[in-house]
Design a protein around this ligand. Structure first.
Ligand code: AMP
Length: 511
């Protein structure tokens, strides 16, 4: 069966709003007609180079207009885009190039040395952004319509950010991305043509997926052009450019924006929506966020395997004014089914904790070249997320932790997140991660690694007493380790298991 190519969401907008601004990146600007033309040229250039529908096109670059052109160009050619986080090291890039079997690679100047180091044996085309990319476009044909695609054609090969092990490529079809876009537009953000949408997160991940809805509606996309996230600058940019939507913020970015607020002194009242998620946000931070920005924020819970759409929490929706609700991951999107299942894949009653599972049109086709992992993840027709959660009686999902991170002490489950929520309330705790270490008596005991501001370190006893006052005694950390920084992956997610292995001198229980 044939399926709608997601690139048609751009060509449709280009016909409707040819002269409206599509992309802005520093001084560079592109209208929708220009973007659509560049996309068609890129697609035709790929075909002229000898690539065929179904081939993979990798992008290894910091956010830039070429990332968007390559993404839609691959879609339009019926090929598959393979976005690679620009922070990855050469061996990590090499693994993705090999696993994906990419035939083309677009990279920026900054990553040229890494591309050389990774080696490019299978590539027919290696294109650097800037002059070489422009010359490639100039040789292309702007007049071609997006290719026909079949129902199972893969549009995006999404490499999971992988907090451990070899990354797996989730195959996302045009159908998956179409369904995702509908759900985003319906439930998360109803982009419109006069929106100014700021993109600060890497386009290689959830941030890039948010382009689809914004482009479908003809919004102007402002691609943040600094090499790293500067919170004071972002706050001022919101005021200066009258930004109406921030497409995607990781919880850490929200904390940075809140901390930068006084120094920036910016009026951010133009902001009508900001989408955040991708990792848990601490209740304390979510409360500050709503106090500062008002209920303009919507949280999303998703994963590469069901891109950005499992549940959502609209902090502006009626009934979400219960202060503790800010910790929930929200309700299932209309059109996907979310269940909490036991170890034998049987549905659990309201309130019971189990694995969060999803089914619907957003769920990936499978992992590339990995039938065992696909069969395990999709068994019984449900995507098994590996996240532990529970529903309340109104269908709101509360996430506890990744199943592998659960600490079992004296036979009782302790979710690191609940202990972290308490510790982060202390003024002198900037960041914290909680994990279990082997304990002869209890099986495992609770340890917290804490980052504190220089010269303002609380005592271990003080932090343990804080936990004791808010939590059952068996959940309190047995010891606190102060560290200068916590290791994070390329998307800023804390590598809990790496911290644990470093601080306990090896692999603890539960791996
Ligand atoms: P990735 O596939 O790299 O996007 O990682 C997805 C994982 O990030 C999920 O399985 C969750 O463990 C976590 N995650 C994503 N969104 C949220 C959220 N809103 N709250 C808590 N954890 C989240």
């Amino acid at each position: 069966m044939s399926m709608v190519n997601v690139a048609t969401m751009l060509s449709r907008t280009a016909r409707l709003h040819p002269d409206r601004p599509a992309l802005r990146y520093g001084e560079r600007r592109m209208t929708y007609a220009e973007l659509d033309g560049a996309v068609a040229r890129f697609a035709s250039g790929l075909r002229t180079t000898g690539l065929e529908p179904g081939d993979r096109v990798a992008v290894f670059a910091k956010n830039c207009p070429e990332c968007v052109i390559a993404m839609y160009g691959a879609f339009a050619a019926g090929m598959t885009i393979v976005p690679v986080n620009a922070k990855l090291a050469a061996p990590e890039l090499a693994v993705i190039l090999e696993d994906s079997g990419a035939r083309a690679l677009v990279h920026d100047h900054a990553s040229a040395a890494l591309v050389d180091a990774a080696g490019t044996p299978g590539l027919d085309l290696v294109l650097e952004t800037g002059a070489a990319f422009d010359a490639f476009l100039a040789g292309g044909d702007a007049g071609q319509a997006p290719a026909e695609v079949t129902d199972d054609a893969v549009a995006w090969l999404f490499y999971t950010s992988g907090t451990t092990g070899r990354p797996k490529g989730a195959e996302l079809t045009h159908r998956n991305l179409t369904a995702m876009t509908w759900l985003e537009l319906a439930d998360v953000c109803d982009f419109h043509a006069d929106d100014v949408v700021l993109h600060v997160a890497p386009l290689s991940h959830g941030g890039g997926l948010y382009l689809l809805g914004a482009i479908a509606r003809g919004a102007e996309n402002l691609i943040y052009d600094r090499s790293s996230f500067d919170a004071v600058d972002v706050m001022r940019l919101i005021e200066r450019e009258a930004v109406t939507v921030i497409a995607f913020l990781a919880p850490t970015m929200i904390v940075m924006l809140l901390d930068a607020d006084d120094e920036a002194g910016a009026d951010t009242s133009s902001l009508r929506r900001a989408v955040y998620g991708g990792a848990p946000i601490h209740l304390e931070h979510a409360r500050r966020m709503v106090q500062r920005f008002g209920p303009a924020f919507v949280q999303i819970y998703g994963q590469g395997e069901s891109p950005m759409t499992i549940t959502y929490l609209d902090t502006a929706a009626p009934g979400t004014d219960e202060p503790d609700l800010l910790i929930a991951a929200g309700v299932a999107h209309a059109g996907v089914e979310v269940a909490v299942l036991d170890a034998d894949d049987r549905p659990l009653p309201v309130g019971a904790e189990g694995e969060v599972c999803v089914r619907g049109d957003t769920v990936m086709r499978g992992y590339r070249n990995n039938p065992e992992a696909t069969a395990a993840a999709l068994r019984g027709g449900w995507l098994h997320t590996g996240d532990i959660g529970r529903f309340d009686d109104r269908g709101r999902l509360f996430l506890l932790d990744r199943s592998k991170d659960t600490i079992i002490s004296g036979g009782t489950n302790i979710y690191p997140r609940e202990v972290e929520e308490v510790l982060v309330q202390h003024d002198a705790v900037d960041e914290v991660v909680v994990f279990g270490e082997p304990d002869e008596l209890w099986g495992e005991s609770v340890v917290a690694a804490v980052v504190s501001p220089a010269g303002d370190r609380p005592s271990e006893d003080e932090l343990i007493a804080l936990c004791r006052s808010r939590l059952a005694s068996f959940k309190k950390p047995k010891r606190i380790v102060f560290v200068d920084a916590l290791p994070k992956n390329a998307y800023g997610k804390i590598l809990r298991r790496e911290v644990r292995d470093q601080l306990t001198g090896g692999e603890g229980a539960g791996t």
